[in-house]
Ligand binder design. Structure first.
Ligand code: NAD
Length: 262
């Protein structure tokens, strides 16, 4: 299938590793030029170089702390100038900490608010003028399966991602006439460094990492964790002109983990 993405330009955030990096690579494989952002310039440069050498597209790497408003603005200014246009925005950020409701004070909530909700709000607002000019603008937010089902210890993530989900629905209506689609992709348990760090933290005595992985996989209908490429494939399709009639949705990539039929 020709996804008709060659020559498009995408901003992919939190792209030095994990799901953001996989999304950037998958878009690059379809001929998309990229501006990628993350805090750590060294690992971001390595990712940029890897993508350039594999796919021959143009990649600009810019350092940004997504929770900082001024840095978002500075990033966008440079990003917009890099190729003169923006067709696709992939909103992603590191996840807020896991924990029970009573373990988080106001400060933790405000930090999660900046990182998870306000980073998406700001980047969407900054990108809209460019996406309007694109004629097939795309906004894709990476959220979580916790927006569709219970995920233990994820109160910060779940609360703020549901705000992102609601915002995306509202925007799909407001931006539809401009041919801009707005969708959320909700990863289930996808094996990235974040998941490794969480799963392997405080293992019960005698349990190996392999056993921990198998135990987690046993709770998922397809009996395995997902790969970053599986989420990236959906993002790439949603980014394409072929997906112009899909907007206002949240699609999970979760091996069937969400039990609800909706
Ligand atoms: P990851 O930890 O492997 O990668 C996160 C990326 O975000 C890194 O590139 C990191 O440098 C960057 N980052 C973190 N904080 C940042 C900040 N303030 N400014 C700029 N960059 C920042 O995580 P991942 O597994 O790729 O997850 C990506 C997102 O998807 C997270 O929000 C996570 O909560 C969510 N998610 C992931 C899964 C999963 O199974 N992997 C499931 C549900 C939700």
């Amino acid at each position: 299938m020709d996804l008709q993405l060659t020559g498009k330009t995408a901003i992919v955030l939190a792209a030095s590793r994990g799901l953001g990096k996989a999304a950037a690579m998958s878009l690059a494989a379809e001929g998309v030029d990229l501006v990628i952002g993350s805090r750590n310039m060294e690992s971001l440069q390595q990712t940029a170089e890897q993508i350039r050498s594999l796919y021959g597209v143009r990649v600009v790497a810019l350092a940004v702390d997504l929770s900082q408003a001024a840095q978002a603005e500075a990033f966008l200014k440079e990003a917009a100038g890099a190729f003169g246009k923006i067709d696709i925005l992939v909103n992603n950020a590191g996840g807020p900490p896991f924990g029970k409701f009573e373990s988080f004070d106001d400060q933790a909530w405000y930090q999660a608010f900046e990182l998870t909700l306000m980073s998406a709000v700001r980047f969407i607002r900054l990108c809209i003028p460019y996406l309007r000019r694109s004629g097939s603008g795309r906004i894709i937010n990476i959220t979580s399966l916790s927006t569709k089902t219970y995920l233990e210890n994820s109160v910060l993530s779940t609360s703020l991602r549901l705000a992102v989900t609601g915002m995306a629905k509202m925007l799909s209506n407001e931006l539809g006439p401009d041919h801009i689609t707005v969708n959320n992709v909700a990863p289930g348990i996808i094996l990235t460094d974040r998941i490794r760090e969480t799963l392997f933290h405080d293992l019960p005595a005698g349990m190996t990492q392999e056993q921990a992985l198998q135990r987690r996989a046993g709770e998922i209908p397809v009996r395995r964790l997902g790969t970053p490429q599986e989420l990236a494939a959906l993002i790439t399709f949603l980014a394409s002109p072929l997906a112009g009639y899909i907007t206002g949705t949240t699609i999970q990539v979760d091996g069937g983990a969400v039990k609800s039929p909706f």
